[in-house]
Design a protein around this ligand. Sequence first.
Ligand SMILES: [Cu+2]
Length: 113
Amino acid sequence: MKRQLSVGAIALVLVLATLHLGGVRITLASEGDKSTVTSTFAVEGMTCGGCEAAIEIKLRKIDGVGSAEASHEKGSAVVRYDPTKVTPDQIVSEIEELGYKAKLVETQSRDRR
Ligand SMILES: [Cu+2]
């Protein structure tokens, strides 16, 4: 009788462990589906590749920013980020801290493309 109980207990632990692992997997999957958005900013004041690099390096350091591409010729910066972690306003103020003038032009969600 005692033995049967412990077998049952082990089975229960295995079932719980499986459910637990399943739960973890579901959590990881939904984190992977987290959507990012891409915003284009008009940036005034960039004159060379050094300006572009300064902006890109600063923006890429922000937690939640996936990529940042700046162009002094176009006067723009294109930033891909997680909108639950970063806001366009935050990106504008990071660019302006470097001495440039920035303004949000448009935001596109990735899955709509
Ligand atoms: Cu420059």
